[in-house]
Design a binder for this molecule. Structure first.
Ligand code: AHR
Length: 499
């Protein structure tokens, strides 16, 4: 059996844990909103049409910030369509997803839903096909207390209290040719700077996210960040990263090492942002908002798109059904975000319900947890305090996509009362025996140890078998004299809580 040894030192603090790393994303896409979070007539729906069974799962997931309303959708969106009396709201074509948008859920309804889930709203404005004034109007509508045309309109529409949105995205994936109104880095950098400057004239404390690259493989990666920040550095607070991973052509070994790409992506964006900052002699640092990340079987989606020529309401789109291996990768990506919490201070799992989502629903039927639900919810529940950088001694293996990869990856968090360790074993067939020296953490007891794995790494949860894959207690975890030993099954994700 392969073995690995990990050293944890309570003084090796990366940064305080940022709760916004556990953010998620709701886009008007497919059945995320309609027939997802919103289904009037469903037995569990409240008086506003929101499914309370979904609300319960969102709370259990432990997501914090929720990005809304897109995504690609936002680049064709007129926010004014989605407020006011519902019967007057227009049906529009959504070019991004080739479907029809009824606007029956808009900002005011979504803000109400967020209260049910205890989440923070992160709002995107359409800089692609609109302009500065509609963005300022939305800001006034959302945040101004009252006594102005648009804040009074919000109050008349039933939302007395301002929504007080702190984080705003200046468009979405503006580097992508698929984006309605895509731009060059020069053009986008200028419009983003002007939009951000105007928004900060209204409220200097807003936290603004400028679009970075929509993937590390896109040809403009690096140059895009540099150019955009050269224009917008003084006005924005975050630059975004987006990344989706999938198992390609049965290469599970590479797929399990996807976190290596995320690591490289973050390091490169931080270095580029700091380079622009140094050139400007600025004392300010731009942080990363990793506001779309997940496993997404994009090649399957592209094949399906070719035959989608109808305009439909809430079609079934991007409804990936996730495997155990997918969940291990999701858990590992979240560990990578934690390891960068000195600069990645916000992130959004894309997305939340039905659309490449940890939660699935059926109209009139049940809501259930995908495999990927578990590493996210457990990490969100157990992580606290400060993030600790581990020293990992583990065998390596060769991957076609990412070079040498460590067989085991890990991260830990520590606070006064407790600690948590998160681990993956990337070995395809064998368990790995791990010892963790955590004497400096001062813990004396394993409070909880769970592992997600299965003899079939492609096992899934489906409507017919909703609990096929669930985490189970890992009885091999033993703490003796400050050294934890645990056996990690092949292709597995584990969490250990200690106090
Ligand atoms: O999350 C699905 C889509 O992926 C988003 O709309 C877009 O931003 C990205 O390309």
């Amino acid at each position: 059996m392969p073995s690995a040894h990990i050293e944890l030192d309570a003084r090796a603090v990366i940064a305080p844990l940022r709760r916004r790393i556990f953010g998620s994303f709701v886009e008007h896409l497919g059945r995320c909103v309609y027939d997802g979070i919103y289904e009037p007539g469903h037995p569990s729906a409240n008086e506003d049409g929101f499914r309370l069974d979904v609300v319960e799962l969102v709370k259990e997931l432990g997501s914090t910030t929720i990005r809304y309303p897109g995504g690609n959708f936002v680049s064709g969106f007129r926010w004014e369509d989605s407020v006011g009396p519902r019967e007057k709201r227009p049906v529009r074509r959504d070019l991004a997803w080739h479907s029809l948008e009824t606007n029956q859920v808009g900002l005011d309804e979504f803000a109400k839903w967020l209260k049910l889930t205890d989440s923070e709203l992160m709002l995107a404005v359409n800089v692609a096909t609109r302009g500065i004034l509609p963005a300022l109007d939305l800001l006034e509508y959302a945040n101004h207390p009252g006594g102005t045309a648009l804040s009074d309109l919000r109050i008349a529409n039933g939302a007395r209290e301002p929504h007080d949105v702190r984080m705003w995205c200046l468009g979405n994936e503006m580097d992508g040719s698929w984006q309605t109104g895509f731009m060059t880095a020069e053009d986008y950098g200028k419009i983003a700077a002007r939009t951000a400057a105007a928004m900060k004239m209204a409220d200097k404390d807003l936290e603004l996210v400028v679009c970075g690259s929509s993937g590390s493989a896109i040809s403009t990666f690096g140059d895009w960040e540099r150019t955009v920040l050269e224009h917008s550095y003084d006005y924005v607070d975050y630059i975004s990263c987006h990344a989706y991973y999938q198992e390609l052509e049965g290469d599970l070994g590479s797929f399990l090492a996807s976190a290596i790409d995320m690591d490289y992506f973050i390091d490169t964006v931080v270095a580029t942002a700091d380079h622009v900052g140094y050139k400007k002699r600025s004392s300010k640092k731009i942080n990363v908002s990793f506001d779309e990340w997940n496993v997404w079987y994009l090649t399957e989606h592209k094949k399906a798109e070719e035959t989608n020529d109808e305009w439909r309401y809430a079609p079934r789109q991007l409804e990936d059904v996730y495997t155990v291996a997918d969940a291990v990768v999701v858990g590992n990506l979240l560990m990578t975000l934690l390891k960068h919490s000195d600069r990645v201070t916000s992130a959004s799992l894309a997305q939340l319900v039905n659309v490449i989502a940890p939660i699935m629903t059926e109209p009139g039927g049940p809501a259930w947890r995908q495999t990927t639900f578990y590493p996210f919810s457990i990490t969100s529940r157990l992580a606290s305090g400060e993030v600790i950088r581990p020293i990992i001694h583990a065998p390596e293996y060769d991957t076609a996509q990412h070079g040498q990869a460590s067989l085991v990856d890990a991260v830990a968090t520590v606070d006064e009362q407790r600690a948590a360790v998160f681990l993956v074993n990337r070995h395809l067939t064998e368990p790995t025996h791990v010892t963790i020296d955590l004497r400096s953490l001062g813990c004396s007891r394993v409070a909880e140890a769970v592992t997600l794995s299965d003899s079939d790494v492609h096992a899934k949860n489906t409507i017919d078998d909703q609990n096929r894959v669930t985490p189970i207690a890992n009885a091999s975890a033993v703490l003796a004299e400050g050294v934890l030993t645990i056996e990690l099954p092949p292709v597995s994700w584990s969490a250990i809580a200690l106090d």
